[in-house]
Design a protein around this ligand. Structure first.
Ligand code: B12
Ligand code: SF4
Length: 470
């Protein structure tokens, strides 16, 4: 039997999260028929050379594509591969091709795009290719038919328990541990989200549906993975891990029963945190929960209502208090610079950030600038009001949140936020030398909202440029 080579590529990006999408795709293919090679641009000294070498004799190249900077690398690789191997089928999947199924096919080097959940769709594509057929009308894809780009019927989401366990041996797990600086294994236990935040692409891509692995399966896999890789921390990359409290309880109980061998981190909404009983917090901590990520987005209730976050300020504070009470760390991401966001709203977010940071040295409050990522209701609104989104993949490649804000943020506001971010970062956290003097100064500045003449900032940045992510 011929064993077909399948090449999967993860474009270069910030951070070293494991390429779970490609692991998911590679794990569903029958290893007797398909030889899956995952190449991660973040690990290769010369990603193109690595992909070109593997693409020789392969059945297809699959690329996972997020909106923004990763598109640049995805385009470069796909164009070069297509130029060298014109008959090799190229498939793009992931968030950007899910949002732009047919527009992405304006790029001649991309043959097929895949929308939303990819396991079954990708299997059908490669099986058709292996049988020498053209996978032209597979559900959940878009392709060129009679010269024009056509979106085929969507594929309903499938229960995750029907898929085989992720085969982490497809990636060099130890190398990710090294790059992350900790033995942290990334893991996904659910897909989609029931909520409707109007800045988020998830409701558009998954139609507010959610599917998840059963607690038994998660605990069993975690146990097996621990024996295999001896990780010390498990990072759930789900959109909303705390969707069903009963499921969380079962997972935590099973982790505890297995000996709580590792710590874990997961995503939680503030309303979910508000409803979680104390004994569940306690159980989660006993089972290893060390940190949650709770998207706050704004300190202004008016803004939260406008973005249909369906969360209240009271719920955010309550959840934060519960984290303090139970010794759980938390990341509370904020977004500023929404269209028409008032100065008062930005000030409310700054006040909320200060309040949260003062509550615990284990609380982080990264601040992102709003960028109208496609697929969201706010983006539709700003486009209706004249904002021009990129109209090509090359344009989308330049569209990235890192280091830039939308046109709604004035220079003055940008300056204020950047200074606030700097001082807020130093004001809290561990109280020790040599940062202590700067910490006291930063704390004073934050307490008095005085960010003028930022000499300390200039000095620190000159000595050590800070990464621009939060
Ligand atoms: C890990 C992660 C990252 C990692 C990158 C992961 C990587 N591939 O390198 C890092 C930390 C770098 C990152 C960064 C950002 N991210 Co991010 N991230 C995630 C997160 C939490 C998990 C992704 C994941 O592994 N999922 C698990 C896998 C199994 O699911 P999946 O990726 O969706 O893949 C499935 C399908 O999409 C499809 N599929 C995917 N790829 C392919 C490829 C082929 C060939 C096929 C056939 C199918 C297919 O099949 C897979 C299995 O069903 C998601 C949220 C989420 N839970 O998905 C957000 C998410 C992807 N990120 C998002 C955003 C907005 C960002 C940021 C822009 C902003 C921010 N503040 O975080 C930055 C910057 C990205 C950039 N431009 O560089 C958005 C996506 C927006 C978009 N339009 O691309 C998401 C959905 C979060 C959200 N709800 O807003 N992110
Ligand atoms: S921001 Fe989070 S909770 Fe809101 S819709 Fe997106 S994934 Fe769901």
């Amino acid at each position: 039997m011929t064993r077909h080579k399948i090449v999967l590529y993860n474009p270069t990006a910030v951070f070293h999260t494991m390429p779970l999408a490609l692991v998911a795709l590679g794990s569903v293919l029958d290893p007797e028929c398909f030889d899956v090679r995952i190449i991660d641009g973040r690990l290769e000294p010369d990603p193109l050379a690595a992909v070109l070498a593997e693409a020789d004799g392969a059945l297809c190249l699959g690329v996972t594509v997020l909106t923004g900077a990763p598109i640049r690398d995805a385009l470069h690789i796909t164009r070069e591969v297509k130029a060298r191997y014109p008959n090799l089928t190229t498939i793009w999947g992931g968030w950007h091709p899910s949002l732009f199924p047919t527009d992405t096919l304006d790029e001649p080097s991309v043959d097929i795009t895949v929308q939303a959940q990819g396991e079954v769709t990708f299997t059908e594509i490669v099986e058709a290719l292996a049988a020498g057929e053209r996978p032209e009308t597979v559900r959940g894809t878009s392709s060129r038919v009679d010269g024009g780009a056509k979106q085929h019927p969507p594929r309903p989401m499938k229960a995750m328990d029907t898929f085989p366990a992720h085969n982490y041996d497809l990636i060099p797990v130890e190398r990710y541990f090294k790059l992350k600086g900790e033995r942290q294994l990334d893991y996904i236990s659910s897909t989609g989200c029931f909520f409707r935040c109007s800045f988020c692409a998830d409701p558009f891509v998954y139609n507010r549906r959610w599917v998840g692995l059963s607690p038994e399966r998660i605990a069993e896999e975690a146990d097996q993975l621990w024996h295999r890789y001896h990780f010390s921390d498990l990072a759930f990359q789900d959109e909303t891990f705390f969707t069903y409290p009963k499921r969380v309880v079962e997972i935590a109980e099973l982790f505890e029963r297995n000996g709580s061998r590792f710590t874990w981190t997961a995503t939680m909404r503030a309303d979910q945190g508000r409803r979680l009983p104390d004994d569940v917090y306690e159980l989660c901590v006993r089972s290893g929960l060390r940190r949650v990520m709770i998207g706050v987005e704004s300190g202004s209730q008016e803004m939260l209502d406008w973005m249909t976050k369906d969360v209240t300020i009271e719920e955010i504070i309550y959840s934060a208090e519960k984290c303090v009470q139970h010794g759980i760390g938390a990341i509370f991401p904020f977004i500023v610079g929404f269209p028409n966001e008032t100065d008062a709203s930005v000030r409310a977010s700054m006040a909320m950030i200060k309040r949260l940071r003062a509550m615990s040295p284990n609380f982080e409050t990264p601040v992102f600038y709003f960028k109208p990522y496609p697929g969201s209701r706010i983006t539709e609104d700003v486009v209706r009001n004249g904002y021009k989104l990129p109209d090509s993949l090359d344009g989308w490649a330049e569209f990235d949140f890192i280091g830039s804000s939308g046109p709604w943020v004035t220079d003055d506001k940008h300056q204020l936020i950047e200074r606030f971010k700097f001082y807020n970062r130093f004001a809290w956290g561990p109280e020790r030398l040599p940062r202590r003097p700067l910490q006291l100064l930063a704390r004073w500045r934050c307490a008095h909202d005085f960010y003028r003449v930022p000499v300390e900032k200039a000095l620190v940045e000159r000595l050590k440029p800070l990464p621009q992510l939060s």
